[in-house]
Design a protein around this ligand. Structure first.
Ligand SMILES: [Fe+2]
Length: 169
């Protein structure tokens, strides 16, 4: 089963929504790669996800701070999210492709739950505030830059560009 972004998942900001669409596409691909049990491909796929997650976390921080949201709790949640993913990545790499089909299902469900929780539990509380701003709100700039950033994020995964450098949240 694939994760699909729907309007119900919108948090009220074009850049964040675009990032989430991108992350959902990456998560769907990781689920596919886990099914292949190719541990070096799995490792690469996680590196790609962590890099984009980092870009996303920075975008969220920038937007939240400019929107006068208390970012400290989001920062903690981001840190925890990243640790959860890194734990899963380490577990998968250590197993070197040797796991059962039911374990594949388990990992797949874990990733879907992780993504859903990130959007619905961590980010959704920002929505009431973000909805008071323009959908194309982006700190210190006009709508055209927000459009550009949102469009760039949406296209990056499709274009298979380089993996961003993973960061420490
Ligand atoms: Fe997010």
């Amino acid at each position: 089963m694939k994760l699909i972004w729907t309007k119900q998942l919108s948090v009220g900001n074009a850049v964040i929504d675009s990032d989430h669409k991108n992350l959902i596409a990456i998560i769907n691909d990781i689920k596919r790669v886990i099914g292949t049990k190719d541990h070096s491909a799995i490792s690469q796929a996680f590196e790609f996800l962590e890099g984009w997650l980092c870009v996303h976390f920075k975008n969220e921080e920038k937007i939240a701070l400019a929107a006068y949201l208390d970012f400290s709790k989001y920062k903690q949640a981001q840190h925890y999210s990243l640790k959860e993913l890194q734990h899963l990545r380490d577990e998968l790499v250590a197993k070197q492709g040797i796991w059962s089909e039911s374990a594949t299902m388990h990992y797949s469900h874990f990733l879907m739950r992780w993504m859903n929780e990130h959007i619905n539990k961590v980010d959704m509380p920002m929505k009431p505030r973000l909805q008071t701003l323009d959908y194309l709100f982006w700190p210190g700039s006009g709508k055209s830059e927000a459009n550009f950033i949102a469009g760039r994020t949406a296209n990056l995964y499709l274009q298979h560009l380089d993996t961003p450098t993973p960061c420490h949240v």
